[in-house]
Ligand binder design. Structure first.
Ligand code: ADP
Length: 284
């Protein structure tokens, strides 16, 4: 270190061993009244694979474990979180902040559908405007005292997922896939995108993995059997989970009753999430 170091590496030409590289970060500051411990993204390579369903179930499981949970619905053009939780009341706000709505069990939710006059109004906005509104869900919404904020990402690798990764401090993502999607290049693209943006991929959830007959208990791999574990192993991803096709799940979502879902498929995933927060508490 130079003897006349002013600790401002940006204005210094020396390449000493203590040099701190200037980092360009686009991460936005959360609302002053917000407190969020962990931000967990849920993404998929394409739409319709059950990403919102998995986001909702993970949120419910963490809430059942006694944590304070929120869901930021970043799927602006296809928002389905309020419907799954049966939230119909519009979001409220003041001149300086927007307040999320609460589900029946107290999960905080912000979604474009809570701001539109009608649930069926389409959002006909260009990518940058949509991306800007997602950013505002982070900067302008008061997420008060949240342990886990789940971000239901829009499918694919477009404008909005990039904005989420660049502007919200995402701690890790789960990749949701359906069996026929898994082996395709699409899910790999999403995994590579997260890796390129230095976001840890926490695990893969294979949704609609099988169907179990309610009468005889036989398991049918409707879309064929997949090699999810091998696929995850080859890509250095440790956590995998399987959720079956279950009519009770889609009914629960349709009726806004996802908080009543019954099933242990994502218990291990929830335990792993709990570990992330505990590890942090021990490090602090
Ligand atoms: P995405 O967010 O990937 O677009 P959704 O979570 O909205 O997908 O799910 C698409 C549809 O499939 C919804 O109607 C949902 O209720 C249904 N669905 C998702 N997962 C399951 C499942 N495991 N069993 C039965 N229906 C499901």
């Amino acid at each position: 270190m130079s003897t006349d170091c002013n600790f401002d590496c940006g204005s210094c030409g020396e390449s000493c061993s203590d040099r701190q590289e200037q980092q360009t970060s686009f991460i936005e500051k959360a609302n002053d009244l917000s407190s969020v411990k962990k931000v967990i993204g849920v993404m998929s390579g394409k739409g319709g694979v059950g990403k919102s369903m998995v986001t909702s179930m993970l949120a419910v499981l963490m809430q059942r474990k006694g944590y304070r949970v929120g869901i930021l619905d970043a799927d602006v053009t296809g928002p389905s979180i309020p419907k799954c939780f049966g939230i119909t009341e519009k979001a409220s706000g003041s001149e300086v902040a927007i307040f999320p709505n609460r589900s029946k069990t107290g999960i905080e939710v912000m979604s474009m559908n809570l701001l539109l006059d009608s649930n069926t109004d389409p959002v006909l906005w260009r990518g940058p405007i949509i991306a800007g509104s997602v950013k505002q869900f982070w900067t302008d919404v008061v997420w008060s005292d949240i342990d886990y904020l789940f971000v239901d990402m829009p499918p694919g690798t477009g404008d909005v997922p990039i904005t989420v990764f660049q502007s919200i401090p995402v701690d890790g993502v789960f990749m949701v896939t359906s069996p026929q999607d898994l082996v395709s290049m699409i899910v790999m693209k999403a995994i590579k995108m997260a890796e390129l943006m230095k976001i840890p991929v926490l695990g893969i959830v294979e949704n609609m993995a099988y169907y179990q007959c309610a009468k005889c208990g036989e398991i049918h791999h409707v879309f064929g059997e997949t090699d999810i574990k091998e696929f995850a192993g080859e890509n250095g991803i440790q956590m995998t989970a399987e959720v079956p096709i279950d009519r009770k799940l889609s009914n629960a979502c349709d009726q806004g009753m996802i908080e009543l879902f019954d099933g242990a498929w994502l218990d291990e995933t929830a335990n792993m999430l709990e570990g992330i927060l505990e590890d942090n508490a021990q490090e602090a």
